[in-house]
Ligand binder design. Structure first.
Ligand code: GDP
Ligand code: MG
Length: 363
C-alpha cells in the first residue's frame, strides 16, 4: 500500500505574477535544501501570461506544489494572505518567485523559529548580508530611505535590520489572520505589528539578481507604502504613543504661552506668570497623556499624577541645565540653547514616563 505523504512542517508562500518557469527552478532548489523536511509550496498566481500553465504542469508533476490561480487579480499582500489560508503547515515562509530570495536561507529561518523567534526575517542589510548584486543603485537608495522612514514612524520596524524584507518566516496562523484589514505592499510590516512584542530574529543573506522576467514594483507602491506606514502607526500602541506624546507636548506649549500671556496681561510678575503657565500646561498634559498617550496603562490616578509631576520637574531641570551649559559654551545663542535643552528633555521625559509613571509589567 502506498504511504500517505507526511503532513508539511513548513509552507512556502510564494506570490507569483508573470514569472514563467522561475517557480520550477525555485522548487528544484527548495527540494535540495529542505531534503528530509516535509514541505509544501503554495504559489498564489495573478499572472496574465503563460505562467498559470507552467504552474499547473509543475503541480501535476509534484504534489507538494499547490497553485492558487486567482481569477481576479489582487494585491501582492492579499496573495500572501490567501496563500497562508490555503496552506496547512504550522510555520510559513514567505518568499518571492523570482529567485532573488535564495532557498538556501530557508533552513536558517526555520532554525530561528525553532529556537523561539516569533518572526524570523531574512535581511539584505546588516552584518553578513548584502543587497549589492540584487538591487540597482536607485533601488538601493529607495530601500535605504524607505527603511529609515519605516523605522522612524513605526516602533515595530526597529526590531529588525530589514523591516521591508519580502522574505521571512512566522506562524502561519498570524499571516492567515491578517486578511480582514487593508494591507500594504510590505506585508512584513503588518506581520510585525500583528505579532506584537515578540523576539524577532535576523537571518542575513545575499539578495540575488532576478531570475527571468522583470520587477512589478510600480511608482504607486511608494504612495501605498506611506499610507501603510501611517495606518500601522495608528494601530500600533507603541508607535502611536510616541506620536501622541509629541502632539500633547505641542498642545502643552500652546497652553503655556496662553496662560503666560494672560498672567502678564493681568499684571502678574513674569516669574509668577511663568510658574502658573508651566503648571497649567503640566496639568493639561497629564490629563491628555492619561486619556490618550498611556490610556492602555492607566491605574492609580494619584500615583501617576505624582510621578508625572516628578518627571516633568526633572524635564524642567534638564532643560535649564542644558541652557546654562550651552549658554557657557556658545554665549549669545540663547534660542539655540533652549532648543537644545528641549531636545534633551523631551526624549528623557518620554522614557521616564513610559518606564516609570505609567509603567505596567508585562502580563
Ligand atoms: N500574486 C501576485 N504576485 C505578485 C504581484 N506583484 C508582484 N508579485 C510577485 O511578488 C514577488 C515580488 O515582486 P517583484 O516584482 O520581484 O518586486 P521587487 O522584488 O520589489 O522588484 C515576485 O514573486 C512577483 O512575481 C501581484 O500583483 N500578485
Ligand atoms: Mg523581485
Amino acid at each position: 500500500m502506498r504511504q500517505a505523504p507526511a503532513a508539511p512542517a513548513v509552507s512556502l508562500i510564494v506570490p507569483v505574477r508573470n514569472e514563467g518557469d522561475n517557480v520550477r527552478h525555485l522548487r528544484d532548489r527548495v527540494g535540495v535544501v529542505l531534503a528530509g523536511i516535509p514541505w509544501e509550496l503554495v504559489a498564489v498566481d495573478d499572472s496574465d501570461d503563460e505562467t498559470p500553465r507552467c504552474l499547473s504542469r509543475l503541480a501535476a508533476e509534484d504534489s507538494r506544489v499547490r497553485p492558487l490561480l486567482r481569477t481576479r487579480r489582487g494585491s501582492l499582500a492579499s496573495a500572501v494572505v490567501a496563500g497562508a489560508r490555503l496552506a496547512t503547515a504550522p510555520v510559513a515562509v514567505v518568499m518571492d518567485a523570482d529567485l532573488q530570495h535564495p532557498p538556501e536561507a530557508v533552513p536558517r529561518l526555520l532554525a530561528a523559529m525553532a529556537s523561539g523567534a516569533g518572526v524570523a526575517v531574512a535581511t539584505r542589510f546588516g552584518r553578513g548580508a548584502t543587497a549589492r548584486s540584487g538591487l540597482s543603485r536607485t533601488r538601493r537608495l529607495h530601500a535605504v530611505l524607505a527603511r529609515a522612514m519605516a523605522r522612524a514612524i513605526l516602533h515595530e520596524a526597529r526590531g529588525t535590520a530589514d523591516p521591508l524584507s519580502g522574505f521571512f518566516a512566522c506562524p502561519r496562523s498570524l499571516l492567515a489572520g491578517l486578511g480582514d484589514r487593508p494591507l500594504g505592499w510590505k506585508v512584513l510590516l503588518d506581520v510585525l505589528v500583528a505579532a506584537g512584542p515578540c523576539a524577532v530574529a535576523d537571518v542575513p543573506y545575499a539578495f540575488a539578481p532576478r531570475g527571468a522576467g522583470h520587477s512589478k514594483l510600480a511608482p504607486v507602491a511608494q504612495w501605498d507604502f506611506l499610507r501603510q506606514l501611517c495606518a500601522l502607526a495608528a494601530r500600533s500602541p507603541a508607535s502611536r504613543r510616541l506620536w501622541l506624546y509629541g502632539a500633547v507636548g505641542f498642545v502643552g506649549l500652546g497652553v503655556n504661552l496662553g496662560v503666560y500671556r494672560l498672567g502678564l496681561g493681568a499684571g502678574w510678575p513674569p516669574v509668577l506668570a511663568g510658574l502658573c503657565a508651566t503648571h497649567a500646561a503640566m496639568a493639561g498634559n497629564f490629563v491628555l497623556h492619561a486619556r490618550a498617550t498611556w490610556r492602555d496603562r492607566g491605574r492609580s490616578r494619584l500615583g501617576e499624577a505624582l510621578r508625572f509631576l516628578c518627571v516633568s520637574e526633572m524635564g524642567t531641570a534638564l532643560t535649564l541645565g542644558a541652557i546654562v551649559l550651552a549658554g557657557r559654551a556658545w554665549p549669545g545663542h540663547a534660542m539655540l540653547a533652549d532648543m537644545g535643552g528641549v531636545g534633551v528633555a523631551l526624549p528623557a521625559t518620554f522614557v521616564a514616563n513610559d518606564r516609570w509613571t505609567w509603567w505596567r509589567p508585562a502580563p
